[in-house]
Each structure stands twice: as structure tokens, then as C-alpha cells.
Design a protein around this ligand. Sequence first.
Ligand code: PEP
Length: 247
Amino acid sequence: MAGLPYIVGNWKMNGTRAMLNEARAIDRSAQRFPKVQVGLAPPSTLIFRMRDAVELIGVGGQDCHAKENGAYTGDVSAPMLKDAGADFTIVGHSERREYHGESDADVNAKAQAALSAGLAVILCVGETEAQRDAGDAEGVVTAQLEGSCPIADGAPEKLSVAYEPVWAIGTGRVPSVADVAAMHKAIRAKLVAIYGDAGAEVRILYGGSVKADNAAELLAVPDVGGALVGGASLTAESFLAIVGAAA
Ligand code: PEP
């Protein structure tokens, strides 16, 4: 697996200008952790200002439309994110899949659009609790990868995959270390099947209730190349504790 551990905060629909102070504090402290890559995905309204406010950390979107422009009221395209200063975008988050009905084909189109706009991509996959209880977790996640991984020259080099069990997001529950290890192994095998040798270099992040007190254990699991963090990314103190655990 290539690259530094990657810790990314997803602010979801949280944050107005006042919260840029948290981003500034995270950015200032990031220099203490040169062996960790750090990114923040604020609401799209803050991307431009956050880009100006920080120097070291990456700034990203939480989603993008698959088209470059057009009559899509309320949506934001990948070239718009790029123009606002984004380095990357998340696609396929389970909240998008659930509340906006996004299919694997939709996520694939968004990932392709992001790559075409010059953005790196964090592609989220993960099973529901019912799917895990039914013994289908690996099948669901590998099918999501099959349907949503972008296929383009240079795609694997710009791609990270975030494994986020839906039942672990915002709930305080996390899978066992053995379950995380088994899923990351299955994801790795699928990425190699899709991309060949380049699939071995794609970073696989874990996401779902990562906090200061479980980060070190989760980040030590084989083939966990970082974390996608929701709630604990909203303050510099809690997010930096996770960044520190990755250092
Ligand atoms: C997320 O939604 O990507 C996430 C991981 O959220 P949380 O850390 O709050 O579980």
C-alpha cells in the first residue's frame, strides 16, 4: 500500500465561517505530524474560504454531480469544486446512497467526473447491519466496488477507498479488529482484480465511529491506510488526537 496514513474529516452538513477556526488549528498542528496526510471535507459553502485559511492540509468536497454543468438545481459539479480550491472529493457516502438514492452506477459516474476535473477521489463503500447479519457483508462491499470504481487512465493513483459499515457511522459502534482486517483484505483483493498491480497501491481507509480512544487500534489493523472521520472531525482537539494516533 502506497503513501502516508491518510486522515480525512467529513464535516457533513456542519459548519459556518466561525468553524474555520477549527480548520486553522488543525492546519497549524498538522506540521507536527509530517508523516500523516490530512484532509478536511467541509460543506461546499466553506471550501473556498477554507482553501484560503489553510496551508498544509487538503480540502475536499463531500459529493459532486456527474455532469460538468447544467439544469441541476442545488447540485455542485466536480469542476466547480476544483475551481473553489478542492483537492479531492468524497463520493458514494452511505448518507448519499440512502437519502439521495445513489446507485453504484451514479457513484461511478461521479468518481469519473471528479477524476476528469483533476480531483482525487475517496470512494465510500459499506454494508448495512442487516447485510452483515445475513453474512453478506463482503459480497455487498465487493459488488459496490465492482459497480462504482472508476476506470480511467491513472484512476487507481488518485483513488482511496473508505470502508464504512453503515451501522458504525455515528453510532459509537465499531466492528471487531478481525472483521475490519477481513473486510480490508477482501477490498484489497477486489481492487487488484479491478486494477491489476495498481490496485495494491490504493489506500483503504476505515470509517465509522473513529475516535481518539479507538483510533490507534483501528489504524494498526493490516491494510488500514487511514481513517474517514465524521463527528470527531468537528473540533480540532478530537480530530488532532486521531491524526496523532496515525503518526
Ligand atoms: C462518516 O460519516 O463518514 C463517519 C465516519 O462518521 P462518524 O465518524 O461520525 O461515524
